[in-house]
Design a protein around this ligand. Sequence first.
Ligand SMILES: Nc1nc2c(c(=O)[nH]1)N[C@H]1C(S)=C(S)[C@@H](COP(=O)(O)O)O[C@H]1N2
Ligand SMILES: [Mo]
Length: 246
Amino acid sequence: MNRRLFVASSIASLGLAGCAQAKTALTTGPFRKVLDAAETVNYRVIGTRGMARLYTDADVNVQFRLNGLNTPADTLYSSLAARGFLQYELAIGGLVDRPQRFSFAQLRAMPQQTQITRLDCVEGWSQIGKWRGVPLAAILALAHPKPEARYVVFRSFNSDDQGTPFYGSLDLHEAAHPQTILALDLNDKPLDLDHGAPVRLRIPTQLGYKSTKWVSRIDVLASFAHIGAGNGGYWEDQGYEWYAGI
Ligand SMILES: Nc1nc2c(c(=O)[nH]1)N[C@H]1C(S)=C(S)[C@@H](COP(=O)(O)O)O[C@H]1N2
Ligand SMILES: [Mo]
């Protein structure tokens, strides 16, 4: 039996509402230990070398379901959105030889990949979407990570109701996976605000909570121990596994 699905279904069967509400229950106690042990097995044994399944246009969920924290409503995000994200810039920094800044137009002008893939939420639902965007590997190649770099950390424009900022991370290997993209379009239209405009991560080889919406900047780092509560992401800080390969 696939351990990863086992862990996902254990979470669901505990009645924890996955990404939308789960808070403290997963972070402490014996269940936390089970998750940690399963995570080690998943990461070592299953790995991230496979390719996510590709679907066809006929499979696409046109009304793509939404999940997660609220769409950002702060003045910075709203003013960028009001001008069609023309002033948006995506910075790539940290342990790189050549820090980069991309305007929205520059991102659009780069070679794009289209993929019809399924987003699997840990809450137990899936949606198939036609995603189009820039392979993250291309951006990392331009930035040229230093030898000590291990992780790619994605900052987001959104925060939860307590003001805790959203972030996520991948290791460099997962980040450079050929199906990991910075998506600009969903179902042949520019991403709408709710689905993560102007730029969201789309990583179909991992559970939905790793596909950070509303990406505001990217840093290449040796460790994520000093970000948030130190577990590599907002949902990971709530108790989800850092490694979420499917
Ligand atoms: N910034 C940010 N990205 C996020 C989330 C979030 O709360 N904030 N939720 C994640 C979760 S749990 C899922 S399942 C997917 C849902 O993507 P969708 O709303 O486009 O369906 O976004 C992920 N990305
Ligand atoms: Mo999710």
